[in-house]
Design a protein. Structure first.
Length: 129
């Protein structure tokens, strides 16, 4: 798909981002996307496509849809909107990073504990044989 187009169908976006059309309609229902209507057909703009990329990136970072909407809305909130958006994003990135680092530490601890349990199980098996 050529990304230099100005308009996209729901099918175009679904294929490009490997989503279902139902998911895209859900994001629309949540006011994250705002396609133009031509009869029953939804026509998505480059802005909608960019928003969809931001939605998916935010979800990968663990943000909920309300947080993603807040970031998106700030961008169009007047002259200082972009600055406020970037500040909010940095704050959310810091929070996500801290959460992931905590989870990483928890995983390391859990792996050590699993290895200790496995070692004890092997020792007990050896003793039983």
């Amino acid at each position: 798909m050529s990304t230099d187009q100005e308009e996209f169908s729901i099918g175009d976006l679904a294929r490009e981002f490997d989503l279902t059309t139902r998911t895209i309609r859900y994001y629309e229902d949540k006011k994250l996307l705002n396609p133009e209507r031509r009869g029953q057909q939804r026509i998505y703009s480059r802005v909608d496509r960019t928003r969809l990329k931001l939605i998916l990136r935010g979800k990968r970072l663990g943000w909920n849809l309300d947080e993603i909407l807040e970031v998106i809305q700030l961008y169009s909130a007047g002259p200082d909107g972009e600055k406020r958006q970037l500040e909010l994003m940095l704050s959310k990135i810091d929070n996500s990073r801290n959460t992931l680092l905590e989870q990483q530490q928890d995983i390391k601890i859990a792996l050590v504990e699993l290895e200790e349990i496995a070692t004890r199980c092997r020792q007990q098996l050896d003793e039983l044989q």
